[in-house]
Design a protein. Structure first.
Length: 152
């Protein structure tokens, strides 16, 4: 195992996952290479990579650093009760931001026959539920911890 890790630069499982990712990317490229939309697709893909690495990564790294600073006197697991619902909410926002922000309402209405009005309310509701469940689970963990260790 150590010999293969030294040869591959990582453990064999991670190497196979990386190899599978490259195989999937190659398959997708072969499927879209003859499409007229390929330049726009590549521009969108590289724009997304740059936007993530140059804008989003520093922003959520800074937010996480601030969050860990706020929770530094608590257990590290307490931070995860904010991280997890924030991640879920953020990913939902990234997936549905045109509907949440009301962008492309005419195209959406033409394609589906529905308006985009419920997107914002539904996203806020899901976000509130995610954070509510996380707070509830944190309270249960604290109560169970105090029940096990009454002196705490």
């Amino acid at each position: 195992m150590r010999r293969s890790a030294r040869l591959l630069g990582t453990d064999p499982f991670r190497f196979l996952v990386l190899l599978g990712s490259f195989a999937l990317a190659w398959y997708v490229f072969l499927r879209v290479r003859d499409q007229p939309e390929l330049p726009a697709l590549l521009l969108w893909f590289f724009g997304a990579v740059v936007a993530h690495d140059a804008v989003l990564l520093p922003l959520y790294s800074l937010g996480d650093r601030a969050l860990t600073g706020i929770f530094r006197h608590r257990s590290p697991a307490a931070v995860n009760h904010v991280r997890l619902p924030a991640l879920g909410s953020g990913l939902l926002f990234l997936m549905f931001f045109p509907g949440i922000l009301g962008l492309g309402a005419a195209d959406h209405a033409a394609a589906t026959g529905q308006d985009q009005q419920p997107y914002l309310g539904n996203w806020l509701l899901v976000t509130a539920v995610l954070f509510g469940l996380s707070v509830g689970w944190w309270v249960v963990r604290v109560l169970l911890s105090r029940a096990r260790c009454p002196g705490r």
